[in-house]
Design a protein around this ligand. Sequence first.
Ligand SMILES: [Zn+2]
Length: 65
Amino acid sequence: MNNATSPCSDDRIKTLLQGEECDEAFRSAAKHLDSCTTCQLRIAELAADECDWMGCQAGAAVGRS
Ligand SMILES: [Zn+2]
């Protein structure tokens, strides 16, 4: 699943979820996400997980039990 040559990575997506908007890595990741359907779907999955530990009620509404 993880291809070292792929620009797509969970680390990059986590940067978007947890990083600072002024961070260069964040901007790079955001630019990639804008044109990558795979990462757009992936960030939705990871965002649901993030919501769990943040106590976000919206996380449950996405379809997780
Ligand atoms: Zn991607």
